[in-house]
Design a protein around this ligand. Structure first.
Ligand code: NAD
Length: 321
């Protein structure tokens, strides 16, 4: 089998590629992988196990149909991780988000149709649903995005739906909660706080810190994406939950403890614009249909990741500004 992975030099895409090539997914011992990545500030080939006999790297933009049409032939499946992914950047400047996330996804879908790819997974996010005070979102909940990032992902999800309905393109959507794990760019809250604390800097906590996020280890997310790639039904959406919902304040407290620091290291900063109060996914569908359940307990995963950042300063030193 041959799988093309867009955004495979990013945080989640590279974890997926490393895991696949490590043989962690049954029956993929011979699977060959092509990473197709533009190498934006978030992309880094240092996350990939190169050289590897079953890995090919193509530097390319998902908005570039010619590059995709050159790379795609011969691939059975595509996993689409490539995106502009950081909410704060989308608040500062949204154009790149709509270019890559919407037009890039549409270009990729078109090229998959023209080259006859058998299965495609479009990796999306719980942020497309907006914010929820009580209860949890099922896949049928309306899309009510509040940030330009979330709006661009919601628009890409709608493009996917249209390509399935109009062209029978065999594509599935996954919507996952907040990920943490190795090689996450240091602008995201967990690596930002950990690397700040390890470098003797304060940590900036938005607003009252009571925004609730659901967390998942990147390894559980990637396993769920693989389940959807192998057994998901085309045209369907699958929520992927992590099972741990905590406030940013509680998360900060746990990170301070793991780094041996106190609350005096916290700097309260003006809240993010339109900051969603709470995210919460109902992932009954993927659990029932595909047998998914997260394997990594949050407390253990968080402790492991603090240790990973302690041990891998060489990697993240170049990403902290
Ligand atoms: P990331 O920012 O770490 O990586 C994105 C990758 O995409 C980078 O390697 C970058 O070079 C590449 N890329 C960007 N624009 C491109 C373009 N035009 N053409 C080709 N490659 C391009 O992001 P991530 O955190 O790994 O997220 C991956 C996917 O998962 C995204 O689609 C994101 O929306 C989704 N997601 C992320 C989270 C999370 O918590 N990080 C949660 C749910 C869903």
């Amino acid at each position: 089998m041959r799988i093309l992975v867009t955004g495979g030099a990013g945080f989640i895409g590279s974890h997926y590629v490393r895991t696949l090539l490590d043989g962690a997914y049954p029956d993929h011992g011979d699977t060959r992988v092509t990473v197709f990545d533009k190498l934006t500030y978030a992309g880094d080939r240092g996350k990939l196990p190169e050289p590897h006999p079953r890995l090919t790297f193509v530097q390319g933009d998902v908005c570039d149909a010619d590059a995709l049409l050159a790379a795609l032939p011969g691939h059975d499946a595509v996993v689409h991780f490539a995106a502009e992914s950081h909410v704060d950047r989308s608040l500062a400047s949204a154009r790149e988000f709509f270019t890559t996330n919407v037009l890039g996804t549409q270009t990729l879908l078109d090229c998959c149709r023209r080259t006859g790819v058998d299965r495609i997974v479009h990796v999306s996010t719980d942020e497309v649903y907006g914010t929820i005070d009580e209860g949890s979102w099922t896949e049928d909940h309306p899309l009510l995005p509040n940030s330009p990032y979330a709006a661009s992902k919601a628009a890409s999800d709608l493009a996917v739906r249209a390509y399935f309905r109009s062209h029978d393109l065999p594509v599935m959507i996954t919507r996952c909660c907040n990920n943490y794990g190795p090689y996450q760019y240091t602008e995201k809250v967990i690596p930002l706080f950990v690397t700040n604390l390890l470098s003797g800097r304060d940590v900036p906590l938005y607003g009252d810190g009571l925004n609730v996020r659901e967390w998942i280890h990147v390894d559980d997310h990637c396993r769920a994406v693989q389940l959807v790639l192998e057994n998901g039904r085309p045209g369907e959406v699958y929520n992927i939950g992590g099972g741990t919902e905590i406030t940013n304040r509680e998360l900060t407290k746990q990170l301070l403890e793991l780094c041996g620091e106190g609350w005096d290291r916290v700097r309260h900063v003006t809240d993010r614009k339109a900051h969603d109060r709470r995210y919460s996914l109902d992932d009954t569908k993927i659990r029932r249909e595909l047998g998914y359940q997260p394997a990594i307990a949050f407390e253990q995963g968080l402790a492991d990741i603090v240790k990973w950042y302690r041990d891998n300063r060489d990697w993240w030193d170049k990403t902290t500004r």
